[in-house]
Design a protein around this ligand. Sequence first.
Ligand SMILES: NC(=O)c1ccc[n+]([C@@H]2O[C@H](COP(=O)([O-])OP(=O)(O)OC[C@H]3O[C@@H](n4cnc5c(N)ncnc54)[C@H](OP(=O)(O)O)[C@@H]3O)[C@@H](O)[C@H]2O)c1
Length: 240
Amino acid sequence: MQQRRLLVLGAGSSIGRGLLYYAQKQGAAIAGVSRFAAPDDFTPDLWLTLELQQGDAGATLAASLPGLCQQFQPTDIFICHGLLQQDNVKAEKTIRQLDEQAALTSWWVNYLLPALHLQALFAYMQSHACRVLVLSAKVGSISDNELGGWYSYRSAKAALNMLVKTTAIELTRNKSPAVLSALHPGTTTSLLSAPFVRNLPPGQLQTPEQTAQRLWQVASDLQPEQHGKLLHWDGSVLPF
Ligand SMILES: NC(=O)c1ccc[n+]([C@@H]2O[C@H](COP(=O)([O-])OP(=O)(O)OC[C@H]3O[C@@H](n4cnc5c(N)ncnc54)[C@H](OP(=O)(O)O)[C@@H]3O)[C@@H](O)[C@H]2O)c1
């Protein structure tokens, strides 16, 4: 059987690191791209440190990702960028808390950064039978929204789901053999989830290792019917 080759973009994320550790233990070759150096206790096959700034991130990614993919030939790609609450960005409880600059930052990390990664990966996805999973969130499902709140994060993730569906359609039109889906990882211990998990019932919070095992299984089982869909961590299709 062909060796799996995992590329994680946003590899400094808790879930991304969990995926890299888990996949390496399963015998996969692993590569990461992050703003930061690889963790000390870690021996990836390839690691790229990239400064991604608003305004020139697209050009930086276009200049680096196609070459990296040609060199590493990933079979599985996870895009893991996300931001819920950090510094001046708050998870808004009411629209009265919506702040212009904070919303732009949230949209940049949660929507535009993954979009620019997909743009830079497009030629590779067009010609390689790879699995590409973009980490999204169930709270980005419009039909599932019963609670409200988290205006910027929810709306950016809803836009991300639309981005994935639209890119999947273009890949199909171009006769691409790749499968591209958005994926809800489930609530997982991380910088992103830390402020919101104190009152969760036992069993609802996963470690990055547990989530990595679940998401690796979703990638292993990915089918053409799941192309362009929003998937739950168990592989089932969630409504948009
Ligand atoms: N944890 C959860 O409970 C949960 C639930 C639902 C969905 N998700 C989704 O799962 C994904 C991973 O989440 P996580 O919990 O592992 O998050 P995390 O540990 O907070 O990591 C998020 C990553 O996003 C990238 N990022 C954040 N701000 C950035 C900025 N200003 N510029 C460039 N990159 C930036 C960073 O990648 P680098 O450090 O590599 O540059 C960062 O490590 C996200 O898409 C998140 O929305 C998580």
